[in-house]
Design a protein around this ligand. Structure first.
Ligand code: ATP
Length: 410
């Protein structure tokens, strides 16, 4: 970097006022020349300073851009396998299970332990140690302190709501009842039935009612996202619940880790099997009258490995069927509660016309009817809007409204 030249002094000349005119004129000319010189020098310096300023400005811009790129580039999640003495750690990247020995600063070494989750860049340099919240998100857990769903939002499955309350809510809210009678509450509850019938809603509503944290994990994530890490994720799931009790663990699509074992013994099968064993051992390990309840759900009851249904495991089965006509009417009422619906709308007729619709499909019907009202420049939804919405849905995809073909009961 070149050093900036020093600023020239201001020219100074003492001119004796008693000098003869011609000599004074000569002296003034000399002074004027000095001033012009200094002015030129200063102009040059100013020009150079301007160039330098522009140059620095460009550099700042470049660094800022590089910084942004670094910040926005994706990082990978990895687990610290081992922390070595010489400021080195072994990390294992999730997904591809690649193990790498990487240098870290002593500042990072102090912060990490084997088993911690970190974010690494393309060159495996550790960028951040994940905190519990980020870690949970990275592991696809959905954690809600207080889900907004209440029992009043669920229609047509009153009997199932009652059973879930008895099996999940009561042991949390009134554990002494079980103590007094001397029985253990069910260990785990399995909700089974076709898609979109309210299984997730039920689990959320109990969490809401009992002020429990709702922790959801999809079984498919346990086997798909981090190959080789399923059992670790199951451990983390229960750990997270212990940290936040009272808590409700909801494992959706449990069939992904608990299907009947096929004949083939591929390493993938063994991995899924290990994940399931971990789940069962976590369930064995926790206190049935404690502050953590576990609910699982499946659309594929027929596929389930019966081992998970033994006493002490998912020992309370609750079937959540497609709603009957009365149920469909209730669900329609629920999903139109916030809509501006004409008094003439015949919910009973609509319920009759929606045979085979799940709760989720009835919800879409209500939204679609609202769209028809908007399309027709109305702010009130009339019966005809529902009729047209029905026709549209049936025309768009008749397969969507047919009850799930692959759903069987044993
Ligand atoms: N019984 C019901 N009462 C009111 N709304 C319902 C009902 N069943 C489903 N819904 C609506 O459908 C949406 C999806 O339902 P939910 O996720 O609970 O279904 P699910 O049985 O868990 O489905 P999946 O098996 O596909 O996970 C809900 O958010 C709700 O709006």
């Amino acid at each position: 970097m070149s050093r900036s030249p020093s600023i020239p002094d201001r020219p100074h000349r003492d001119i004796d006022p008693d000098l003869p005119d011609d000599e004074r004129l000569e002296a003034l000319r000399g002074h004027y020349t000095d001033l012009v010189d200094v002015n030129e020098q200063l102009s040059e310096q100013l020009e150079e300073a301007d160039e330098r300023r522009q140059d620095l400005h460009d550099r700042v811009d470049r660094v800022e851009r590089e910084n942004e790129t670094l910040k926005s580039s994706s990082l990978y999640i990895a687990t610290i396998e081992d922390v070595l003495d010489n400021d080195e750690v072994i990390v294992k990247q999730h997904g591809n299970n690649q193990e790498v020995l990487t240098d870290v600063s002593s500042r990072v070494v102090e912060k990490v332990d084997a088993g911690d989750r970190v974010a690494v860049n393309d060159s495996f340099a550790i960028q951040t140690v994940l905190d519990a919240e980020t870690d949970a998100r990275a592991q696809s857990m959905e954690i809600t302190e207080k889900p907004e769903v209440s029992y009043a939002d669920i229609g047509g499955i009153d009997e199932q709501v009652r059973e879930v309350r008895e099996a999940v809510e009561q042991p949390l809210a009134e554990p002494e009842l079980f103590d007094e009678v001397g029985i253990e509450p069910p260990s785990g509850v399995l909700l089974h039935g076709p898609p979109g019938t309210g299984k997730t809603m039920l689990a959320k509503a109990v969490a809401n009612e009992t002020d429990a944290t709702f922790i959801k994990m999809a079984g498919s994530e346990l086997v798909r996202k981090f190959i080789g890490e399923g059992s670790r994720l199951v451990r983390d799931l229960f750990e997270m619940a212990r940290e936040r009790e009272p808590a409700i663990i909801f494992i959706d699509e449990i069939d992904a880790i608990a299907t009947t074992r096929s004949e083939s013994k591929t390493s993938g099968d063994a991995e899924v099997q290990r994940t399931m064993m971990q789940l069962l051992s976590e369930m064995d390990g926790f206190e049935a009258r404690g502050e953590i309840r576990i609910i699982a759900a499946t659309n594929r009851f027929d596929m389930l490995d019966r081992a998970i249904l033994r006493p002490g495991r998912f020992d309370r089965l609750i079937e959540v069927p497609e709603p009957d006509q009365e149920g469909r009417e209730q669900i329609l009422q629920i999903h139109t509660r916030g809509m501006n619906v004409d008094d003439e709308v015949e919910f009973a007729d609509l319920a009759e016309d929606t045979d085979g619709y799940s709760g989720a499909e009835i919800e879409s019907l209500a939204t679609e009817a609202g769209m028809f009202a908007i399309r027709n420049d109305r702010d009130v939804v009339i019966h005809q809007d529902f009729v047209e919405a029905l026709e549209k849905i049936e025309k768009d995809d008749s397969s969507q409204v047919v009850p799930s073909a692959n759903y069987f009961f044993n």
